[in-house]
Structure formats: structure tokens, C-alpha cells
Write a protein that binds this ligand. Structure first.
Ligand code: ADP
Ligand code: MG
Length: 436
């Protein structure tokens, strides 16, 4: 099936073919038709599967059709009347990326107006964009709430609301903001919700915001990610972990690497350390000013950086196809973030390598990740850098039992998590074997 059979206007299929897309991905094939028919949708699909186009193309079709109906002088929705489409994303970086994709897919929609409203940047340009005619607004919830509160943003003419990475937005505590934003929009709007999972709070939010939605589940977190090879290295201590990281980063197969840490402090520390070793590296985390965050991501895209050391702020959505390696230097707090992290490589059909460096005290978290993905991560070693200690038994609970791994992390101002004595002894028999 080609893009031509999905019911999109030629202005959109042309842009898609100019972007080099020969045919729609599975999620695009499944979601674009029902979205064009005006259905509310919940959509779960793998990282890197092309979800952005799956919601932006129908959104642009709605914009285009509304303009056509308004006649030759209809233009964008009138000044100060707010956008027709609103996309909410959890992070600022993702908002900017979605905006860029909107301009790419919408390049043949005459006079298309796209604006972003994100935190951490000056209000001036955003206020100007909100005053003018606007088709598509892409926002992080916090800053949009500010603009709604001051009456600068209006959503009365909204036709379509899209929540990208909805589960992440809820994790970040945006549930009330999202509901508040939704209340400012017409009841007649169409709502599309994209999320890794639809359990728990996300399910509740979906049932509140969506009207008789169609559920699309193209491939879930238990997918095998054939194009992403996953490896697990057990490390003895902090020094051993660094030696493995250094070795991996000097391999020639590394085009660009994204190294995840558990805390902002670790990200800064590790980026400094790698810079001293001569790597073209920078840190990215939520504690940095937004201007710097944007420049760092830009430097990664333009390949001035070979290594990015980031917290989970970079785990979702970021699409830099040249990332060949994802390295988990510190484990994610939540098992599902593992899936999102490794999904930063192997984008758009390429292959990638995801390496996890785990200390023995991380065994229970590794177990949770494997339980979540229902796949075992194969343990690997590097010649000369083998761990001295035996691999932990599968499913070995740590002394602390199934507590969240962040309990061991330092709070703000604390010491980095490493260097503490590992959780030794107290081994109990395996509670649950790894799935085969
Ligand atoms: P997701 O949001 O599902 O993680 P993205 O929307 O960021 O994925 O898309 C991942 C990559 O795939 C992007 O680089 C995008 O340009 C590319 N892509 C999207 N749709 C297609 C397609 N139909 N054919 C080829 N590449 C595509
Ligand atoms: Mg995405």
C-alpha cells in the first residue's frame, strides 16, 4: 500500500515522497485512515515506527480542508482565534522536533502557520505567534497553561488535540495540566492519544478525554526490536564500568552514541570526564537552560558531537538517525524507559546497538526490565575486561527487595550513586526465572 491510498491530499503525499518515504509504516497505515474519518484514537506503537507522521498528516489534512472550506481568503484561522490543531509533548526537545516534522510534511500547504510554546525560553516570540493566525500549535503543558491563564492562548477553535508520549506526560505530573488544557477546548474536538502503554492513569485519562475511541496497537513493548541488538555487561565496580564505556566509545562502529545516566549530576560529571579523554561530547538534562539544551541537540544533529550524555529527558521521541549506540551507564528508574532509551537507536529501519552496564545491585532492575519486555538481554563480555565476579543469578532479588531503584540514588546535592559498597550477600533463591 502506498501513501496515495490513505485518503491524503496530493499536497501531503508529495511532501511525504519528497521526504523519501516510499510507503507508510504499519502505524501510519493503521492510524491515518481512522484519524481522517474523525475518530478518536489511542495508539500504541514501537519507538521509531513513524508515529509523528501518523498524527501530523491527518492533522495537516484537517487544516488543509478547513482552509479550503473557508475559501481563497480563508487563510489560517483568524487572528487571535487560536490553532486548529494542538499537539502536547512531554519535553521541549520533542516539541521542537514535532514542529520541524510538521513543517516538512506541510511544506506544500500554502501559508501553513506552525508555532511552538515551550518552557525555558523567552515569552516574546511565543506571544507574537499566539496573537497571529495559527494552524498548528505544539506545546509542553506547563508553558501553555501559563499562556491560557493570562488569556494569551485561545483554544476555542481547536479541531484536533494530540497527546504524544502521553504516559510520559503523566509521569512528569502533567495530568491536571492536560485536563485543564482539554477543558479549554471545544467538546467537539477530535483527540488522538499516543502512548507506550494504556494501563493505569493513562487509561483513565484516555477514558476521560476520548469519545468511543478506536484502539490501535501496532506493536508493543514486548516487541523484539530485531534491528536493535541488546547487550548486558555486568560490572564489578565504578572503575570497571568506566573502562568498559571507554572501550565501547572508541570502537569504530560508533557513529554517534547516546549515553544515559540516572541523574543530572552523573550526566555532567560523565560528560566532563569524557571531554577530558578527548571525546566530542556534551551533557543534556532538564537542569540546563533551554537555550543550551537546544544548542546541544543541534550539535548532535549536525554531528559536531559524537557522544551525548543525557538523563531520561532524552529517552522519549528524540529522532537522530545517526545514533548507532545507546549505552545505559545508569539504569532507568522505570522499566518502560529502557524500551524508550534503546529506541533512540535503530531508527527508521537502521540497525543499532544498545549496551547496558549493570552493577550487581542493579540486578533486580534488570530483572524488572526483562520481565517488562519479556525478553532476556544477553550478557556479553569484552576480552580483557571480563568481570571478576560471577554473573548474578537470574531473578536474584537484591537485599532491598523490589523497591524502586531510585531509592538508592542521591537526592539533589547528594553524592553520585557509585562508589558505595555493592549490595552483597543476602542472596535468596531466584524468585522468578528469566523468561527464555
Ligand atoms: P516515533 O515517534 O514512532 O518514535 P518518528 O515519527 O520520530 O517515530 O519517526 C522515526 C523516523 O522514521 C524518522 O526519522 C522519520 O523521518 C522516519 N519515517 C517516518 N515515516 C516513515 C516512512 N513512511 N518511511 C520511511 N521513514 C519514515
Ligand atoms: Mg515520537
Amino acid at each position: 500500500m502506498s501513501f496515495d491510498n490513505l485518503g491524503l491530499h496530493a499536497a501531503l503525499t508529495r511532501a511525504v515522497s519528497e521526504a523519501g518515504y516510499a510507503e507508510p509504516t504499519d502505524v501510519q497505515r493503521a492510524a491515518i485512515g481512522p484519524a481522517l474519518q474523525g475518530r478518536d484514537l489511542t495508539v500504541a506503537a514501537r519507538t521509531g515506527s513513524g508515529k509523528t507522521a501518523a498524527f501530523i498528516l491527518p492533522a495537516l489534512e484537517a487544516v488543509r480542508a478547513a482552509r479550503e472550506a473557508a475559501g481563497p481568503r480563508g487563510g489560517a484561522s483568524g487572528a487571535g482565534r487560536g490553532p486548529r490543531v494542538l499537539v502536547l509533548t512531554p519535553t521541549r526537545e520533542l516539541a521542537l522536533q514535532v514542529a520541524k516534522a510538521t513543517l516538512t510534511y506541510g511544506r506544500h500547504v500554502p501559508g501553513l502557520r506552525v508555532a511552538t510554546v515551550v518552557g525555558g525560553v523567552p515569552y516574546g516570540a511565543q506571544l507574537k505567534a499566539l496573537r497571529g493566525p495559527l494552524d498548528v500549535l505544539i506545546a509542553t503543558p506547563g508553558r501553555l497553561i501559563d499562556h491560557l491563564g493570562s488569556g494569551k492562548a485561545e483554544l476555542e477553535h481547536l479541531q484536533m488535540l494530540v497527546l504524544d508520549e502521553a504516559d510520559r506526560m503523566l509521569d512528569m505530573g502533567f495530568i491536571e495540566d492536560i485536563q485543564h488544557i482539554a477543558e479549554a477546548t471545544p467538546q467537539t474536538r477530535q483527540t488522538l492519544m499516543f502512548s507506550a502503554t494504556f494501563g493505569g492513569h493513562v487509561g483513565k485519562l484516555a477514558s476521560r478525554l476520548l469519545r468511543s475511541p478506536q484502539h490501535i496497537d501496532v506493536a508493543s513493548h514486548t516487541d523484539t526490536h530485531e534491528n536493535i541488538e541488546q547487550r548486558l555487561h555486568w560490572v564489578d565496580d565504578h572503575q570497571h564500568k568506566n573502562a568498559l564505556l571507554d572501550h565501547i566509545l572508541t570502537e569504530r562502529s560508533v557513529d554517534q552514541a547516546l549515553v544515559f545516566t540516572s541523574t543530572q549530576r552523573d550526566a555532567d560529571w560523565l560528560a566532563d570526564r569524557l571531554a577530558e579523554l578527548g571525546h566530542a561530547v556534551a551533557a543534556l538534562h532538564g537542569g540546563m537552560p533551554q537555550g543550551r539544551r537546544n544548542r546541544v541537540l543541534q550539535a548532535l544533529r549536525s554531528r559536531q558531537l559524537r557522544v551525548l550524555v543525557a538523563t531520561d529527558v532524552a529517552a522519549r521521541g528524540i529522532d537522530v538517525p545517526t545514533i548507532s549506540h545507546v549505552i545505559n551507564y545508569g539504569l532507568p528508574m522505570k522499566a518502560e524507559d529502557y524500551v524508550h532509551r534503546i529506541g533512540r537507536t535503530g531508527r527508521a529501519g537502521r540497525s543499532g546497538l544498545a549496551v547496558t552496564l549493570a552493577e550487581r545491585r542493579d540486578a533486580s532492575q534488570i530483572h524488572r526490565i526483562q520481565h517488562y519486555t519479556t525478553q532476556r538481554i544477553a550478557a556479553a563480555t569484552i576480552a580483557g575486561l571480563e568481570p571478576r565476579r560471577a554473573e548474578p543469578k537470574p531473578g536474584m532479588p537484591t537485599r532491598e527487595g523490589p523497591s524502586r531503584s531510585d531509592a538508592r540514588r542521591p537526592g539533589p546535592g547528594g553524592k553520585p550513586a557509585w562508589g558505595k559498597p555493592g549490595m552483597r550477600g543476602g542472596r535468596k533463591p531466584a524468585a522468578r526465572a528469566f523468561p527464555a
